[in-house]
Design a protein around this ligand. Sequence first.
Ligand SMILES: Cc1ncc(C[n+]2csc(CCOP(=O)(O)OP(=O)(O)O)c2C)c(N)n1
Length: 513
Amino acid sequence: MFGNPGSTELPMLKDFPSDFRYVLGLQELVVMGMADGYAQSSGTVGHANLHTAPGVGNAMGGIFNAQANHSPLLVTAGQQVRPHIGIQANLTNRDSTRMPHPLVKSSFEPARAADVPHALARAIHLASTPPKGPAFVSIPMDDWNADADPALTDNVIKRQVAGASAPDPDAIQALADSLEKAKKPVMIAGPDIDPSGAWEIAVQLAEKQNLPVFAIPATGGGRLGFPEGHPNFRGTLPPGIAPVADTLKGYDLILVVGSSVFPYYPYLPGEYLPEGAELVQLTSDPEEAARAPMGHAIVGDVKKGLLHLFGRVGESDRDAGDSLPDPIPGEEQSPITGTAAMHALRQAFPEDGIIVLEAPSATLALRNQLRLSRPGSYFFGAGGGLGFGLAAAVGVQIAQRDRPVVCVIGEGSAQYAITALWSAVAYGVPMTVLVLRNSEYAILKWFAMVEQVEKAPGLDLPALDTAAVASGYGVSTTKVEDADSLTDALRTAIASPEPELVEVGVAPGMWLF
Ligand SMILES: Cc1ncc(C[n+]2csc(CCOP(=O)(O)OP(=O)(O)O)c2C)c(N)n1
């Protein structure tokens, strides 16, 4: 249980059971991020316990991220005692179930104290059935002194709910026929491939059918769906409508797996599909299927769908095109570029390492330089709400004790969930944080250019000393300025059994390669 307690949650924490572990976050956005990272990387349901209305308010950005990430989360919050709700005593969440809407799959306050166990079980089952996401339960604080209904509870705790439903075999057969007939098909790998366990079969399908593979636009994908060092990998799609169609020009069948179509941003209008192209989307999320602006969709479990498809197509000898060139560090300069910083990280990054990323102007540089190629190695806040990275890294590292976690973060982004550093120290979480200091909100300067906005205030961050702030939370820190020192500092930090922070100065700007 990741939580931040208040008076309304204390009764829930009384005699805290020894087979549970409580991880304290110092602010509810951090609680959500830690639980989100933990849930996604452990593959189990995470639990975030929030303080009543104001705590839920603080958590909303994190709940937004969790739904975009399809992160299976039980979110509970305390509530005034039942006799106080009607008179709206202090701290009453007066419309507790409406508050987290529309970001949660369900929102519930049990009608009777005795129904709390059932309400929790219901939320857990719902959170963990595709499409996964957060489910909310508000619990009046006096409920914890009441007895559960044994007839109901005894049944409830034994139940299992299996959620992965296979796509319609006829639809998969039609897709297999289209794939066999296509002259130049392409696969677009989405974030639900990895959590659904479809990583291997996605690779096998691409190899059997000789498919070139793109990742969905980097800003909208919380997970990788395909090894980025694989010879069939062609890079990430650009994020706008027209640029996506432009990149996919010449392909006649576009197979989108485990993704919405597409998480576009910014608005760059144009045709949605290149001429002559057909698009088929395989997704476990009926909502993602329904809202797509083009193509057909098949709803069902991504892994089962790919397994069926794989069995219905033959080996193909079509030409998949050229592999990506090896990443290069680019020109030397001082301060170093974001590209050089990511190249330096590549030298220090262990094979089994995990990246948690929230460094907007270096997102593409990281993807291109690291070419992460193992499942469960990449976590990114698909919702785009800052405050995910530092907190999620703590949760990921708690779930994955044996894999080194490196959180790559902009100095601006770090401030949204900076108190996560305290949790990392308090619980001995040995993650490494790499802070890219460019003294500005670089991505927003790029957006200002795209949106033709001149002279916007509030885009510079002079004199923000993240390392000094981190020291205050008890984190060991190192500051470096050149690429070789960065690699050395990262090697040391990654090997350390304590949380460590490395801050590097980088030149302002956007780093695409
Ligand atoms: C909760 C939230 N508030 C504001 C934003 C808008 N925003 C997007 S990127 C960004 C700046 C990030 O700065 P930094 O981490 O230093 O990265 P850089 O752009 O310099 O690479 C901001 C403020 C957001 N995405 N989420």
